[in-house]
Ligand binder design. Structure first.
Ligand code: B4P
Length: 195
């Protein structure tokens, strides 16, 4: 089972990814989390991307693709036999790279989950997280930039996957549990036939 989860900043990708992955017995792979781990560990990649992420910009495609494919090739992901990509792909170039990787590995995606909400309605969530977690990119200026980047780079992906008949859209507004219930029902209905 191979799933993607996409949506504007604060839509609940990271919040919901673990439960979805557990539901299907697959491994959640979050590019945002992998980047933050690299920053925290002070790796060469982490030092290279720290300021970009703090400012709300995307990490270059080449670095992102390399990191994702390394993770997908790791023993635990291979053993589990499936994954949920959280926050990847985020650009049309990343879609192309993932397509090529799927062809190479003779696999296909089962579904693409899009969490739907007006990004402006999600700003409060991110500002609230700023108070709790102090993430470097959860400040008003970076949030604005992340929303702009989302509209310019990531929103077009929804149409790409809609055309491929992979898209499952779920309303991201409501409590975490309400959204989780909608996601599970919608994904079960979509992938039941393709599993
Ligand atoms: P991410 O880690 O993906 O950041 P995000 O968009 O904020 O999503 P996240 O999953 O963390 O938050 P969520 O909506 O679950 O990316 C961070 C940065 O890394 C990017 O800006 C970029 O620089 C870089 N990056 C990542 N992937 C990349 C790629 N492919 N290419 C290039 N660069 C990349 O949650 C937000 C908050 O809302 C939380 O506090 C949560 O508790 C709360 N929340 C969630 N659902 C809620 C609900 N239903 N009700 C109330 N609160 C809710």
């Amino acid at each position: 089972m191979r799933l993607l989860i996409t949506g504007p900043p604060g839509a609940g990708k990271g919040t919901q990814a673990g439960a979805i992955a557990q539901h299907y017995g697959i491994v959640p792979v979050s590019t945002g989390e992998l980047f933050r781990d690299n920053i925290q560990l002070g790796t060469p990649l982490g030092r290279q991307i720290k300021d970009l992420i703090a400012a709300g910009n995307l990490v270059p495609d080449s670095l992102t693709n390399e990191m994702v494919f390394q993770r997908l090739a790791s023993p635990d992901v291979r053993k589990q036999g499936g994954y949920l990509l959280d926050g990847y792909p985020r650009t049309l170039e990343q879609v192309k790279a993932l397509d090529a990787e799927l062809v190479r590995s003779r696999r296909r995606l089962n579904a693409v989950l899009a969490l739907v909400a007006d990004p402006q309605q999600l700003v409060e969530r991110l500002l609230d997280r700023a108070l709790k977690e102090g993430r470097a990119d959860d400040n008003a200026e970076s949030i604005r930039q992340r929303i702009d980047v989302y509209h310019a780079e990531t929103a077009p992906l929804v149409e790409v996957y809609r055309e491929r008949d992979l898209l499952v859209e779920v309303d991201a507004l409501g409590t975490v549990e309400e959204v989780r219930g909608r996601i599970t029902a919608a994904l079960d209905a979509k992938v039941g036939a393709t599993r």
